[in-house]
Design a binder for this molecule. Structure first.
Ligand SMILES: Cc1cc2nc3c(=O)[nH]c(=O)nc-3n(C[C@H](O)[C@H](O)[C@H](O)COP(=O)(O)OP(=O)(O)OC[C@H]3O[C@@H](n4cnc5c(N)ncnc54)[C@H](O)[C@@H]3O)c2cc1C
Length: 393
C-alpha cells in the first residue's frame, strides 16, 4: 500500500490550494496526494464560479481571509509561477457595490466600519454620491451603498485552478485520478482510503476538499457534515446601451446581483427557499427565475437594462453549508487526523488562498499561525452554533 503524509480528497480550487501551500512551506517535508475523480471538472463548482474576490463581509475572519485573498491574487506570479512564467488570472479590479434599503442601512454601515478597521478599502456612499459616481443607477428605495474602491473584483477561476495545480505539481504533489469510495478508520484515526479502482492509499492526515460532495465524503467516515449541493444559475446578458463607468459587481437590496463581463454582463440571485431544493443532478436552466425575479430587479435598479437579451446561461453547485453558509475548517473533534475544508457556500474561490494556508498550518504546526479560524471548527456544527455571515451573495 502506498502511504502519503497527506491525502486530499478533491482537486478543485480548495484541494489544489491546500496541496500548493503544503508543498510550498519550508516547514512541511511530507508527501501529498490529491485524489480527484474527474479531471475534466465537469460538475465541480470551481470552473462554474464567477471568480469574485471581496472584503465586504460581516465576520472579521472572512474580511481577513478576503484581504489575504486579494493580496495573493495580485502577487500570483510571485507565488505560483513555474519556470518564471508570469501568471495571468484575468484580474479585473472593478469593486463590489452593496446597496441597502432603509431597513438594511444600519447593518451595511456597521459592516463597513469593521471592514475599514481590518484595513479593507470600502467607502460608504449616500444616494447623492452614488448617483454622481454611478450615473446609470436608479437610487429609488436605496438609503446607502458601500463600495470597494480597491482590492475587490473578479478573476478567471479556471486560470487560478490551473496555476495552483501546476505549481503544486512542480513542487512535488501527486494528482491521482480516481474516486475515494471508502474511508478506513482504526480506533480514532483515519488510516487509509480505498479507491474505486480498488487501490488502497494510506495517510497520516486526510483532508476533505470534496466541494458540494463533502457531506457524502464525510458520511464515508460516519461523520455528519451539513454540506449539500445547491444549484445557482448565472445568466449572461447583452445590453444595447454602453454603461460608464463599467459596472462593478452590484448587489441590489433585493439580493439580485449583476456585473460586467467582457463587453456584456452576468447576473444571478440566490432563489427564495421554496425554489431552492438540494440539487444532486439538476443542472437545468430556470428561465422563469430570470424573467420573474432577476430582470424586474435589474431593470428597476439600472434602467438601461430594460432592454436586454440573455445570451447564455450556466448552472453550478454551491458547496452549501445548511447551518450557516460559512466554511467548516479544521479537524474533527474526535478523529483529529481528518480535516475539513468545506461548506464555503458561494465564497470558496476567493477563500482558497487563506484556506490552503490555514490547513497547511494545522497540519504542519498543529495550530493556526496567521488568521485564527477556530470559530469555523466542526465543533460548532456538532453544537449547532451558527456563525452567521450577513453578507452572503
Ligand atoms: C455559479 C457559481 C458562482 C460562484 N461565484 C463565486 C464567486 O464569485 N466567488 C467565490 O469565491 N466563490 C464563488 N462560487 C463558489 C466557489 O465556486 C466554490 O465555493 C469553490 O469552487 C469550492 O471549491 P472546491 O474545491 O471545494 O469544490 P469543487 O470545485 O467542486 O471541487 C471538489 C472536487 O472534489 C471532487 N470529488 C468529490 N468527491 C470525490 C471523491 N469521493 N473522490 C474523489 N474526488 C471527489 C469533485 O470531482 C470535484 O472536482 C461560485 C459557485 C457557483 C456554482
Amino acid at each position: 500500500m502506498q502511504i502519503y503524509d497527506v491525502v486530499i480528497i478533491g482537486g478543485g480550487i480548495i484541494g489544489s490550494a491546500i496541496a500548493y501551500f503544503l508543498k510550498a512551506s519550508p516547514h512541511f517535508q511530507g508527501d501529498v496526494v490529491v485524489i480527484e475523480r474527474d479531471p475534466s471538472y465537469a460538475k465541480a463548482s470551481t470552473p462554474r464560479s464567477l471568480g469574485g474576490v471581496r472584503q465586504q463581509f460581516s465576520i472579521r475572519e472572512n474580511i481577513e481571509i478576503g484581504l489575504f485573498g486579494v493580496d495573493f491574487v495580485k502577487r500570483a506570479s510571485q507565488y505560483l509561477s513555474v519556470d518564471n512564467e508570469p501568471i495571468e488570472l484575468g484580474w479585473r479590479e472593478l469593486g463590489y457595490l452593496f446597496l441597502a434599503s432603509p431597513e438594511g442601512q444600519r447593518i451595511l454601515a456597521e459592516n463597513q466600519q469593521l471592514q475599514s478597521q481590518c484595513g479593507a478599502k470600502i467607502e460608504i456612499l449616500n444616494p447623492e454620491n452614488l448617483k454622481i459616481k454611478f450615473p446609470w443607477l436608479n437610487t429609488d428605495g436605496i438609503a446607502l451603498g458601500s463600495f470597494g474602491y480597491e482590492g475587490e473584483g473578479w478573476l478567471d477561476p479556471s486560470l487560478l485552478l490551473g496555476a495552483f495545480r501546476a505549481k503544486a505539481r512542480a513542487l512535488g504533489a501527486t494528482f491521482l485520478y480516481d474516486e475515494v469510495t471508502e474511508i478506513v478508520k482504526h480506533k480514532q484515526k483515519i488510516s487509509s482510503v480505498i479507491l474505486d479502482s480498488g487501490v488502497q492509499v494510506g495517510c497520516s492526515f486526510l483532508v476533505n476538499a470534496a466541494g458540494a460532495w463533502a457531506g457524502a465524503v464525510a458520511e464515508l467516515a460516519k461523520i455528519q457534515l451539513p454540506v449539500v449541493p445547491k444549484k445557482r444559475i448565472i445568466y449572461g446578458l447583452d445590453c444595447r446601451e454602453e454603461l460608464n463607468p463599467k459596472l462593478p459587481l452590484v448587489i441590489d437590496s433585493s439580493g439580485v446581483f449583476i456585473r460586467s463581463e467582457g463587453t456584456g454582463f452576468v447576473c444571478g440571485v440566490s432563489p427564495p427557499a421554496h425554489l431552492d431544493p438540494d440539487s444532486w443532478d439538476d443542472m437545468e436552466i430556470d428561465y422563469p427565475l430570470f424573467d420573474d425575479i432577476i430582470w424586474p430587479a435589474i431593470a428597476h435598479r439600472i434602467p438601461a437594462f430594460e432592454a436586454v437579451k440573455v445570451t447564455n446561461a450556466w448552472a453550478g453547485w454551491y458547496d452549501y453549508n445548511t447551518l450557516d453558509q460559512n466554511g467548516v475548517i479544521g479537524p474533527h473533534g474526535e478523529i483529529d487526523n481528518f480535516l475539513f475544508a468545506n461548506g464555503f457556500s458561494g465564497h470558496g474561490l476567493q477563500q482558497s488562498p487563506a484556506i490552503g494556508r490555514a490547513i497547511m498550518e494545522l497540519i504542519t504546526f498543529g495550530e493556526y499561525r496567521t488568521i485564527d479560524l477556530s470559530r469555523f471548527s466542526h465543533e460548532r456544527i456538532i453544537r449547532g452554533l451558527a456563525l452567521t455571515e450577513r453578507n452572503v451573495v
